[in-house]
Design a protein around this ligand. Sequence first.
Ligand code: TYD
Length: 139
Amino acid sequence: MNVINMVQMLEFEQKGDERGHLVIVEGMTDIPFDIKRVFYIYGSDKDVIRGQHANINSEFILINVSGSSKVRVDDGKGNEAIYSLNRPHTGIYLPKMIWKDMYDFSSDSILLCLASTHYDGSEYIRNYDEFIKIVNGDK
Ligand code: TYD
């Protein structure tokens, strides 16, 4: 399957009651991997573009637990898609080997990221031309 077709929005279970909301994201149950790493991004201005990389080994779930942002995904083969993240119980699944840009952050945006791997900077492809070559088998 083309990796861009593996990108999908996921709705997480909400256990709301009179005390407020509680959203559950359990590894291998609600998302297709075990969670090895959690990080979150906030305080990014509206005109900032983050991400701008692909990962050889890592899969991610991104959830705007507060505010909103957009994610652009690109498979390096001419296919791209844009998703809006704006609800704390909705996430996007990003498979390995997809180029991603996160942008259009609201001032209250807190973008929670769940990763399938521990951090390894060497599995990040940060050069777009290199990514294109790898996915098209030129490298
Ligand atoms: P970067 O990958 O540029 O962030 P983003 O993709 O969200 O725009 O990461 C910023 C810095 O943080 C960079 O020096 C790498 C470091 N970093 C870690 O040490 N561990 C991590 O898990 C992540 C995501 C980044």
